[in-house]
Structure formats: structure tokens, C-alpha cells
Design a protein around this ligand. Structure first.
Ligand code: FES
Length: 106
């Protein structure tokens, strides 16, 4: 699915991610700088914090408890639409989604 990442600088990158890839994997593999993904996607570092748009918020499954707990540790402001990019798996259902990245991850 095509997902657009908007960095805090305003830089926008649209990536066509294979099904099953996490948004963190896709971003880090393609040089999107606003996502770090220090723990490699095991929901243990909170450096893949992102803000999902209304569309994604409506189609994504609710965050699991482990994700909610880790969202307590984000460095930037936590908002109602805060998610961890490593816990969002690309699929056709997410086509056209937009995530905005916070100013800092650590
Ligand atoms: Fe570490 Fe997402 S990559 S919590």
C-alpha cells in the first residue's frame, strides 16, 4: 500500500510498502529520518512514534496493551492519534494513509 510519511520538517515521502511490512521497517529501509526504530520493531523503544491521520485511525485495529504502555515513553508529545510505526502492518486496507512524524524520537 502507498503510505505517506511527513517529517517534522515538512519533507514528505510516499512509499509503496509490501503487505506485512511494518511502517517502521518501510521508513527506516527507505531513509525516512523521522523514525528510528531502535529496538528493531519489538515494541520496546518508542523511537518509531508517529501520528496517524483520521483515515488510518479509522481502519487500523486499536493498539494492543503493549503498544499503549510503550506510548507512555515517547519523547515528543503524545496525542490521541499517537501510534508506534512498528506495530502497524502495511496492507491494502491502508492505501493512501498518511503518518506525520514528531520532532524528536529520543
Ligand atoms: Fe521500537 Fe517500534 S521500533 S517500539
Amino acid at each position: 500500500a502507498n503510505i505517506t510519511f511527513i517529517e517534522a520538517s515538512g519533507q514528505s515521502t510516499t512509499l509503496n510498502l509490501p503487505d506485512g511490512w511494518s511502517l517502521m521497517q518501510g521508513a527506516t529501509a527507505n531513509g525516512v529520518e523521522g523514525i528510528i526504530g531502535e529496538c528493531g520493531g519489538s515494541c520496546a523503544c518508542a523511537t518509531c512514534h508517529c501520528y496517524v491521520d483520521d483515515f488510518l485511525a479509522s481502519v487500523l485495529p486499536a493498539p494492543a496493551q503493549g503498544e499503549l504502555d510503550m506510548l507512555d515513553n515517547v519523547t515528543a508529545e503524545r496525542r490521541p492519534n499517537s501510534r508506534l510505526a512498528c506495530q502497524i502492518k502495511a496492507s491494502a486496507a491502508l492505501e493512501g494513509g498518511v503518518v506525520t512524524l514528531p520532532e524528536c524520537q529520543e
